[in-house]
Design a protein around this ligand. Sequence first.
Ligand SMILES: [Zn+2]
Length: 224
Amino acid sequence: MKPAEIPQLLAQIALADPRVRREDPIEMRAQIQMWAGILADVPPDFALHAAQQHYATSTWPILPAEIATRWQAVVRDRMNRDVGTFEPQPGLDPDDVPGYLTALREQRQAVVYGQQPPAEVRAITAGPAAAEAVRRVAQLGDYLTTETRTALAPYRPIAAARLQAAQTGQPDALAVACPVHTCRAAPGQPCQRPSRRHGRHRLTEPHPSRTETAATTDPERTSA
Ligand SMILES: [Zn+2]
């Protein structure tokens, strides 16, 4: 929302809750500035809708943070459902990298603002062949066969653990940094513990709290 759109929102909210209205001009200006800063990314229609939802169940004055939080939840949900595949577009030269990036950004924005539905991978793999496709991917892996991966697993434990997580629908612990303070492994790096003489000992399994973090972490925040 732009600052110019805030007074109208506040006026509409004041119809349900006169407490949000500021009478003092200086206070009013400060309030508009504050709300505009917090709601910068939120579309006006959504802000009003969120306020209506708030007052449908609450007698407390609404805070701009509640509107922003509701909006972030919507964005997160849309981006989580969007697999991020980029559809080829007529007129876009495949070698035009800046053009591709612009188009990709526009596509994501369209998903965030609800102008375009999220591209869900299930839509592509749905139908009678879906089970067969899943079975084959599970059997074949992608570039290496599962048999090859299994044979290589002792030599590449990190990749093996990530593959196993993906195949069993477990959270990919290595996608996030480890929260254990003696470890603090960066994303993509295996967990570790201090060994004697200030060395580091790599662990084959991620710390359980890292797996928990991966399960609750919003992928959009780490990839944006
Ligand atoms: Zn760790």
